[in-house]
Design a protein around this ligand. Structure first.
Ligand code: PEP
Length: 249
């Protein structure tokens, strides 16, 4: 039994306690099942990374951060964390360009700087992009996606460690998922763009936006999809495992 879905990324946002981390021990056993061949990455708040490291110690489950400061190394930047510090604290991945971070002021230039510094610190990037409801209504989704990706990748030399996560902003946390026809259309557009314009031979493309254990049955079969970025449904271990399990059936 193999699974074309290679990545399940849990984005915990500003949620979780040490107690809730312990409840996720269950996924370690699940990830060691014989035919399990996907990658699970938890992106909790940095305050919980230590606790997760303890429970994931003997497993292949990786940890990721949810954002970083745009400068690397160390310096007089009160309240900030650099990619280097995140790597040192046990993160292997980092989410960049999430729409909630864009709302806090991250623009494409800052995201580009963060990508370059994160790659230098050997972090793997989960680059989020996607249109707002307004942009969808104006039918400029392709243009928005293309611009976000191009600006994010400016002067980025090694693009092999970037996962490209298409997340329509209007779908995040709303329960509304893109219809199958449109999702297929945009995934194909993204794939062609990454291959032809950005010269990435085999891009890994994820989808994020209200993924749950019901819609996963449809989503898992869609072409040009290598994984999912999952927000609220990853907070409860049983729900998260259920989503993963259903991609194996
Ligand atoms: C996200 O935050 O990236 C996300 C996809 O959230 P949700 O699954 O809750 O829509």
């Amino acid at each position: 039994m193999t699974n074309k879905i290679k990545y399940f990324i849990a984005n915990w946002k500003m949620n979780g306690t040490n107690k809730s981390v312990n409840l996720h021990k269950k996924i370690v056993k699940f990830s060691k099942k014989k035919n399990f061949n996907s990658n699970i990455v938890y992106c909790p708040p940095i305050t919980l990374v230590r606790s997760f490291q303890k429970i994931f110690k003997k497993s292949k489950i990786k940890l990721g951060a949810q954002n970083c400061f745009y400068k690397d190394q160390y310096g007089p930047y009160t309240g900030q964390l650099s990619p280097k510090m995140l790597k040192e604290s046990g993160c292997d991945f980092i989410i960049l360009g999430h729409s909630e971070s864009r709302q806090q002021g991250d623009n494409n230039n800052i995201i580009n700087q963060k990508i370059i510094n994160s790659i230098n610190s050997r972090l793997k990037i989960i680059l989020c992009f996607g249109e707002t409801l307004n942009e969808k209504r104006k039918k400029i989704t392709n243009k928005v996606i293309s611009r976000q990706i191009s600006q994010a990748l400016k002067n980025v030399k090694n693009k092999n460690n970037i996962l490209f996560s298409y997340e329509p902003v209007w779908s995040i946390g709303t329960g509304n998922v893109l219809n199958e026809h449109d999702l297929k259309k945009y995934l194909l557009f993204i794939k062609k763009l990454l291959i032809s314009k950005h010269k990435i031979k085999k891009p890994n493309i994820l989808y994020g936006g209200s993924v749950n254990s019901s819609n996963i049955k449809t989503l898992k079969n869609i072409n040009n999809l290598d994984g999912f970025l999952i927000g609220s449904a990853s907070l409860k271990v049983n729900k998260f495992i259920d989503i993963i399990k259903k991609t194996y059936n």
